[in-house]
Each structure stands twice: as C-alpha cells, then as structure tokens.
Design a binder for this molecule. Structure first.
Ligand code: GLU
Length: 428
C-alpha cells in the first residue's frame, strides 16, 4: 500500500484501527468512526471560455460532527478521488479534536486542474459546487475553507453563491475569506506558522537552539512559504525547496549553498507555488530532481505538499542528520515508512498536530465573523501560538508518559475526545 497501490483512505483507516486497539474501543464506536457519517458526490456543469460546457466531479464528505459543525477545506486537484476526500475528512476530525476546538471533520474536492482553467472558469466551478451542496452545508452544520489550489477568492465566490441562494448574509458559512470581507488577519500565514510553532517546541524538547539549524521543505505553496518565513525568523536556514513544474509535469528541488532566499523565490513563483527554473538558475540555484528534497543533509524535513511523499521506496534515503519531521501536508508519510521513522527515533510531528494552525485560525475567523468584531493580527497569531503549543505539549507529554510514538499519542488524544462525545451524546 505504500507506493503504487497507495490509497489514503485505507491508510487513514489503518491508523485509526491501530489507535482503536490501543484504546480498546468497542465495536460500535469503531464502526462509527472508521467511515464518514455522510458523503455527497455530484456533477458540476461549468461553461468554459470557448462556450462549451464541461462537467466536473465534486465531493463533500462529512466524517464526524459530534464535537461541532463539520470543518475542512476544498481541494481542486486533477487526481482527486472519493477516497482522498474521505481520508482528509477523517483527518480533519482528529485535527479539530487534537487542538480541542468545537468542530467536526469534513472535506471537499473537485477533480480539476486550475493550472489550465481561467479565473472565470474557476468561478463557475466554485458557484456550481455550492449549488450542488448548498442544502447540506451551512454555518451551523458544515463549514468549508481553502486547501490545495483554492484561495480566499474561491471562498468569496462560494459565499456569494450561497448567500444568493439563501437570500441573506452568512459570513459563518465559509472561512479563509479575504480580509475585509469577513476574513481573519493571520489566516493566510496560520498553517505555515503553526507548523513552525510545533517545530520550535520540538527543538526545545530536544535541547536544540533553532538558530543554526537547517531544513529542507517539500512544496512551495501557501503552507510551505509561510513555514519558511517563520522558520527563518527564528534563525533557521532552509537549504532547499521543491515544487511541481507544470510544463515538465514533474517536480524539481531548488538548492542554494547558504540557503534559499524566500523573497527572491516568491518573485519567480506562480500562484500555485511553481518556481520558474530558468530564472532560478540565473539567481544561482542548483535545480535538481524533486525527490532529492528528502535526501538533504539537514536537521528538519518539512513535507508540505501532498499525501504519500515519504514511503517505503525512499524512507531509507533520509539523512542520518535529520532529527525532526514536521508534516505540513496531510498524510505525507505512508504507514510502512512511518514504522521506519519511528524505529530510527526521528521526532515526528504528525500532520494533524503540525498543520492544525489553519483550521485553528478558521475557528478564530468564525468567532470574529459571529461577533462582527475583528482582532489585530498579533492577537490572532498570539492565540494561535497558545493553542498550537498546548496541543503539542499535551501530545508530547503523553508520548513520554506512555512511551508512545508521537503520531500514536496524538491519535490517542484526538480519538478519545471524539469517542467520548459520541458516547455522551448516546450515539454509541
Ligand atoms: N484545509 C486546511 C486543513 O487541511 C484548513 C481547514 C479549515 O480551515 O477548515 O487543515
């Protein structure tokens, strides 16, 4: 299951089964939490710029809403499948529980490639997605947000369509909205910064000062760019980043001897985080095959792209120097590779803790939208730091106390919170 036949939902279920055994969960709770409570699959007709109509496949999966309204992003990706969305919805349930915010887990997706769609065509898809699901989402039932290849602009089109259908203003429908239109300051930075709050805590635990450490980052999208920004502010050096190249349909890693320069790379990247390799060469970067991001001789690896990037085929190429892996992406490490990482004693900060900053800030956005009173950026990021740090400490304390791998400790905390509320509600 680790490479060719990889199925993210099977991986999410395998991770869940392991913790269900650890917690000795009863059969009904296992059956309830192993699968989504509800899911919707639909067709979205969209008129293309050339006048033709194309039908796109869309999904919304609601895994569990015992702790509160479902919450989770919408991905636009050509390889999106029902099983990817199911896995991501389940991970959202654990993520919201791990940071202890009163929300459940959902996820949405559309099979499409925004690289080859104009903004007008993407607007049609956003509005069409809402038209198909408007009855089944809402501020007190299920609240979408951005994810891979979707942005604040997509959220605003979706909100506008929902408000047109319902006839009223519903800023709590969706998060990740533009600032000034119901969005929260700090939301754009939140996921990447949150990753680094947890890296900072992990370094503290290992007795390592952040300045002087090095990292290699996979991905150059919103999460990766903001993780790099804060990591550099705390004194770290990013030796290489990798990203998808749309022209060559492959990935490249970009490396510079004394570390990459975030500002200069941002200037030569497209809106999906694809770096122009010609311009990067001119700026003195070495352009390498993308897989090499994992083999760098650095202290910290930050996979911030997609699922199953560290698997049995490449896990043994991780340098002996690596001490921490912080999962900025959802599900970047396959289960067999995870076992190898655990055996090697690398400090793993699992996805649903490391990248929980995005949804935590989405929760702050909901609170601000409900009050119609917006906080300063420092206030938002200060609250985010408190939430992320306490979630990290709870997980690492449990890991130490019960001698558990960090991922297992995070699962124990998250799944027991969700199972408890399902029992308290009388569902199981
Ligand atoms: N898409 C982000 C995630 O995977 C954020 C979800 C949200 O803000 O609801 O955590």
């Amino acid at each position: 299951m680790d490479s060719k036949s990889f199925n993210p939902f099977e991986m999410a279920q395998e991770q869940f089964d392991k913790v269900a055994d650890l917690l000795d969960l009863d059969q009904a709770t296992r059956d309830l939490l192993r699968n989504p409570i509800r899911e919707y699959h639909f067709s979205i007709p969209a008129r293309m710029d050339d006048g033709s109509v194309k039908i796109f496949k869309g999904f919304r999966v609601q895994h569990n809403d015992a702790r509160g309204p479902g919450k989770g992003g919408i991905r636009f990706h050509p390889q999106e499948t029902a099983d990817t969305v199911r896995a991501l919805a389940m991970w959202m349930t654990w993520k919201c529980a791990a940071v202890d915010i009163p929300l459940g887990g959902s996820k949405g997706g559309v099979v499409c490639d925004p690289h080859s769609l104009s903004m007008r065509e993407q607007e049609q898809i956003c509005r069409g997605w809402i038209r198909q699901i408007a009855r089944d989402i809402g501020p007190i039932t299920d609240v979408p947000a951005p994810d891979v290849m979707t942005s604040a602009q997509h959220m605003l089109w979706m909100l506008d369509e929902f408000e047109t259908i319902r006839g009223g203003k519903y800023p709590g429908l969706i998060t990740g909205k533009p600032v000034g239109m119901g969005g929260s300051l700090g939301r754009k930075e939140a996921t990447g910064y949150g990753v680094i709050f947890t890296v900072r805590e992990a370094l503290k635990e290992l007795g390592i000062r952040p300045d002087g450490t090095t990292a290699s980052v996979q991905g150059f999208g919103n999460v990766a760019q903001h993780a790099i920004e804060l990591y550099q502010q705390i004194g770290g050096t990013v030796m290489s980043v990798s990203c998808w190249d749309q022209d060559d349909q492959t990935t490249y890693a970009f490396k510079k001897k004394d570390g990459i320069n975030l500002d200069e790379l941002r200037k030569i990247a497209d809106r999906f985080g694809g770096i122009d390799k010609g311009k990067a060469k001119d700026l003195g970067y070495e352009v390498l095959p993308g897989d090499l991001w994992l083999e760098q001789d650095v202290d910290i690896l930050i996979p911030s792209a997609l699922e199953n990037q560290i698997n049995l085929e490449n896990v043994n190429k991780i340098s002996k120097r690596v001490k921490i892996i912080a999962e900025g992406a959802n599900g970047p490490t396959g289960p067999r590779a995870d076992e190898v990482i655990q055996e090697r004693g690398i400090f793993m900060i699992p996805d649903f803790v490391a990248n929980a900053g995005g949804v935590t800030c989405s929760y702050f956005e909901q609170v601000q939208s409900n009050m119609n009173y917006y906080w300063e950026r420092d206030q938002v990021l200060g609250k985010l730091d408190v939430k992320m740090t306490s979630a990290f400490i709870a997980v690492s304390d449990l890991a130490k106390k019960r001698k558990l791998y960090m991922r297992d400790a995070a699962y124990v905390i998250a799944v027991s919170r969700v199972a408890q509320i399902c029992r308290d509600r009388g569902w199981v």
